[in-house]
Design a protein around this ligand. Structure first.
Ligand SMILES: [Zn+2]
Length: 233
């Protein structure tokens, strides 16, 4: 066991970490038991297949927001979609600077190893990350006090300009415009990855922008030519 892990366990114990689950964890464990009794048992064969390999055809990039779970929205089975979730469903541009490029690593795996056919970037309504990008409330915050978020959503600064100029920095019309512009930023950044660009050109990969409106549960698809998001009938 590494020193760091030992130290982490010691600190956890000191702070009252016990074996008894918290009410929050107990709630999850109840769900897990239901899953074992119904979901898992019913699809046992499928899980057996999946224990050999995964072959998802689609990668979904979504927000971490608890209300927009792609598996739930698309009602898919285990093994069907390869998902990355982060604040505001953002894809950073292709960068080779030092750092921990989590989204880029997942993207590389999905495109080059799993060879997904489709990448869906799904933004959503009432997105806190996009709202912060619009208001710039977290600008100047220290890392751990909002600084990580501020730095992450800086990716939206350029897209924010026209939105703020036309619609201001508060209210749903401006927020929704920012949320939808963020999807377009992620699509543009996806295309800065040489492997994505070349596969898209060869017709081996399709990129799609989508937007899930939380209040009415309606999914919209982006028409990149017109720039408009239209609800799915
Ligand atoms: Zn969000």
């Amino acid at each position: 066991m590494s020193l760091r892990l030992k130290e982490s366990i010691r600190l956890g114990k000191e702070r009252g970490m016990t074996d008894a689950p918290s009410p929050e964890l107990a709630h999850l464990i109840d769900g897990y038991r239901r899953f074992r009794q119904t979901g898992w048992a019913r699809r046992r064969e499928r899980w057996e297949q999946l224990s050999q390999a995964q072959e998802p055809k689609v990668m979904v990039i979504a927000c971490s927001d608890s209300r927009v779970d792609p598996s739930q929205i698309f009602d898919v089975d285990p093994g069907e979609i390869f998902v990355v979730r982060n604040v505001a469903a953002l894809v950073p541009p292709f960068e080779t600077t030092p750092g921990h490029h989590g989204v880029s690593a997942a993207l590389e795996f999905a495109v080059q190893v799993l060879k997904v056919k489709e990448i869906v970037v799904m933004g959503h309504g009432l997105c806190g990350g996009c709202k912060a990008a619009l208001t710039q409330d977290l600008q100047g915050a220290e890392p751990g006090q909002g600084g990580f978020i501020a730095n992450w959503i800086k990716m939206l600064d350029e897209a924010r300009e026209p939105v703020a100029a036309e619609l201001g920095t508060s209210g749903r019309p401006a927020e929704r415009a920012m949320e939808q512009a963020a999807v377009k930023v992620s699509l543009a950044n996806l295309r800065t990855f040489p492997c994505v660009r070349s596969k898209e050109r060869k017709g081996e990969l399709t990129l799609r922008g989508a937007f899930f409106a939380i209040s009415d549960g309606v999914l919209h698809l982006l028409d990149e030519e017109s720039g408009a998001f239209s609800p799915i009938e």
